[in-house]
Design a protein around this ligand. Structure first.
Ligand code: ADP
Length: 237
């Protein structure tokens, strides 16, 4: 049996003296596609920080598979204006995804360069490798950042509000790319999103957060729960 990549049991996260996320139990298995949804302030980013190991739980237990502990996750952060203007080539941006694995070695190894090339091919950006990252379109930048994230590990891709700022056709292209990696290449995906309509079409599992977990389970079941019906607003049916 496959062991979960990340498992949370009754986990709480908070700041200083108060918890903003309470009693989360869930797991991400190999090949999963879990979308964390919820309104602004519901605790999505806090939970994400906790899953990335940036915030210690104030209660409960998180278990991370040995493989992920070694490699780190493939993380696609929310894009800041500074990152958008990063003065490096696409190849350099993708290669920098190997940094965590590399420790203090001053140069990239041949294996790391091959990995970066493989991931640029997977994302269809090989032709752009010598272009300056900041000159790319929004969708091309996302592809470069996914290729970068996959250099850390291709077991789990963590995406934090990934479609913010993308136009509708680029958004659909982005979802297609992520779905392909998930379905055809067995990359597990964990995404936070306020884009609930697309989330229910793409993901296999939903975690609806409002400080506590309102729902956690398969998408099809979510549609028939009060939380799902209210959040989807009838627009999905
Ligand atoms: P979401 O990502 O769903 O919008 P957040 O996790 O950002 O929600 O926020 C959940 C709650 O935690 C909010 O009440 C927010 O004010 C609070 N919060 C977020 N970050 C911090 C922080 N660094 N210090 C203290 N409180 C925070």
């Amino acid at each position: 049996m496959n062991r979960p990549l990340i498992k949370c049991e009754h986990v709480d996260f908070g700041y200083e003296n108060y918890d903003v996320v309470k009693d989360v139990s869930m797991e991400i298995e190999p090949g999963d596609y879990l979308c964390i949804v919820g309104e602004n302030g519901s605790g999505k980013s806090t939970l994400m920080k906790g899953l990335l190991g940036l915030l210690k739980p104030t209660g409960g237990t998180i278990t991370v598979s040995d493989e992920l502990k070694r490699s780190g996750v493939g993380y696609l952060p929310q894009q800041t204006p500074a990152q958008k203007d990063f003065p490096a080539t696409v190849r350099e941006v993708v290669l920098s995804g190997c940094l965590k694995k590399r420790g203090n070695m001053p140069f990239y190894s041949a294996a790391e360069k091959r990995l970066a090339e493989k991931n640029m091919e997977r994302l269809g950006i090989t032709d752009l490798q010598n272009s300056c990252y900041r000159d790319l379109s929004g969708g091309q930048k996302q592809r470069a950042l996914i290729a970068r994230a996959l250099c850390a590990t291709d077991r789990l891709l963590i995406l934090d509000e990934p479609i913010t700022g993308l136009d509708p056709s680029t958004t659909q292209d982005f979802y297609r790319t992520v779905r392909h990696l998930n379905r055809d290449e067995n990359v597990a995906v964990l995404m936070t999103s306020h884009d609930i309509q697309n989330a229910v079409h793409q993901a296999k599992k939903i975690l609806h957060l409002k400080q506590n977990v309102l729902f956690y389970g398969p998408v099809d079941e979510y549609r028939d729960t009060p939380a799902g019906r209210e959040f989807l607003g009838g627009a999905d049916r």
